[in-house]
Design a protein around this ligand. Sequence first.
Ligand code: ZN
Length: 243
Amino acid sequence: MVKIAIISDIHGNKEALRAVLRDAEARGAERVWCLGDIVGYGPEPSEVIEELRRRGAVLIAGNHDLAVAGKMGLEEFNPVAARAAEWTRERLTRFERDFLAELPLVRIEGAFTLVHGSLRSPEWEYLLTAAQAAAHFALQTTPYSAVGHSHLPFTAAEADGLPVMRRLEDGEAIPLGGGRLIINPGGAGQPRDGDRRAPYMLYDEDSAAVAFHRVPYDFEATQRKIRDAGLPEFLAARLAEGR
Ligand code: ZN
């Protein structure tokens, strides 16, 4: 009877997180799995950590979480991401930074493996191509896996040749129980597929299906908070475009 909201890349965007959780809970979600990048870029990192902790969400680490926690250098980050990570690091308490530092890179929950990037490179690989999906499947020990990091929602189904990658439409249901599958619920806190509505997936264990949903949220409120915080303007502007 369990429905689980699968979300990723919240990036300190409390408005988006709350809207997604409200929508998922209205559809019966009782649990939350979050695929990393809880913080970084967005203006309310503490509030997002608190909201996820309060719900007992199952969490893994993303590259931004590790950078903010001081477990990873900022050399690989572009200047905007590095500046946001430094801003976030200063704003969090030591307890919150330690909490992020202790998140695992990979978790297995029932039939799913959860990882931020890919099983080849949990912190860094953007899983975007069929060849990358094949390499990930070779390391996947569960029927299904869920990844984030690219902020692009998709499914990849194992096939005789290369895996078959698919983009998703709002409201689309993906049946489970066929072959092995990789899913990416998209970046709820910073969509990058040209649709500014926050994306997520709802996993229904009973009916063995995953549904993809998009939720409008008050992105202008997040933009105001980004500007008030003195974070780079680019981070506010992109939320309106979903880019
Ligand atoms: Zn991210």
